[in-house]
Write a protein that binds this ligand. Structure first.
Ligand code: ATP
Length: 306
């Protein structure tokens, strides 16, 4: 998928740990203004990709462009416009949340009020003067995000931002990410190994497994691409079921007015319809069967084994 002026454009990226090929011809296009989910099972290559994006690892082959500029040639300028959350948060536990941010603010030479602004955004103002050692994991994660926001970056790169959080921490982090995108206009690239944790959040998704990109596009597109099963609604389901079984169709489940049938191509859908109508069945509806995204994710990653 090519989008006009993607914020991140990765082309044919390979990365090796010695002889082990961890990234294999990675191509990514992250649209401006999107929340882009980078999804894959453990060990798929998510953190390695993020490290290459942030120029912490240097890939010999391939090209990374961010904000329309080559990372190789404009490293400092690009990194100054990115906020990143990667690995375990580096927080001074004996300092308060505010003091932690104050240290960074001075290093970056930013105006004093910026600390209060980011504390407000991540909803830590009330707890700003508590020592960080008294913070919950969710609060630590939000403090790290506040640090990443100090220089008001246009792009946030978050590696597994909900990892290890309890359900309420996950919800808080999700709300915060949505707010940063919708109210503050940030483009957000985030990785996860659990689709259900991010499916309500992301507008675009790439699926990576064993160093290869298996899908890139919208969530709706992913669902469509994998939605070959058909729900059949008709007047006399029992008779129709017998007919289809006789013709070796796989009937997957029963519904109130019919059943779900497995089909592989559009031609098979037409054939199925023809068979029913020729045998004088009154067909009310043929519709794509809803498939849970988690099972789609599994389907896509399992195709690599096929
Ligand atoms: P997780 O969700 O478990 O963090 P990931 O998708 O982020 O997984 P990576 O950490 O990018 O995966 O790892 C990709 C592959 O590269 C894995 O097979 C991993 O074992 C390997 N790998 C990662 N770091 C190194 C390293 N420093 N040296 C050698 N191999 C590595």
């Amino acid at each position: 998928m090519i989008t006009p002026d993607p914020i991140i454009a990765v082309r044919n990226l390979d990365f090796y740990f010695k002889d082990f090929k961890a990234l294999d011809q990675i191509n990514l296009n992250v649209p401006a203004g999107s929340i882009y989910g980078f999804l894959g099972p453990n060990g798929a290559g998510k953190t390695t990709t993020i490290r290459v994006l942030l120029d912490l690892f240097h890939a010999k082959d391939g090209e990374v462009q961010i904000f329309g500029q080559s990372m190789r040639q404009h490293r400092q300028e690009i990194l100054g416009r990115i906020g990143a959350l990667i690995e375990t948060p580096s927080i001074y536990k004996h300092l308060s949340g505010r003091q932690n941010l104050e240290v960074l603010r001075r290093m970056l030479g930013l105006p004093k009020q910026r600390v209060d602004e980011v504390l407000e955004i991540v909803r830590l103002r009330e707890n700003a003067d508590k020592k960080a050692k008294e913070y919950s994991l969710g609060m630590c994660q939000r403090l790290t995000l506040a640090a990443a926001l100090l220089n008001d970056p246009e792009l946030l790169i978050l590696d597994e931002p909900t990892n290890g959080l309890d359900p309420s921490g996950i919800i808080e982090m999700r709300e915060l990410i949505l707010q940063l995108n919708q109210e503050h206009g940030k483009t957000i690239f985030l990785s996860s190994h659990i689709l259900s944790e991010i499916e309500k959040l992301v507008s675009h998704v790439a699926i990576i497994d064993r160093g290869k990109i298996l899908y890139e596009g919208t969530l709706a597109g992913l669902q469509q691409q994998n939605n070959q099963n058909i729900t059949v609604s008709l007047k006399n389901p029992d008779k129709a079921r017998a007919l289809l079984s006789d013709h070796n169709y796989a009937l997957l489940e029963q519904t109130a007015t019919g059943f779900v049938v497995q089909v592989n191509t559009e031609e098979e859908i037409a054939e199925l319809n023809r068979l029913l109508v020729m045998n004088e069945h009154d067909v009310y509806q043929l519709a794509p069967a809803e498939q849970g995204l988690e099972s789609i994710f599994l389907n896509v990653t399992q195709k690599l084994d096929a």
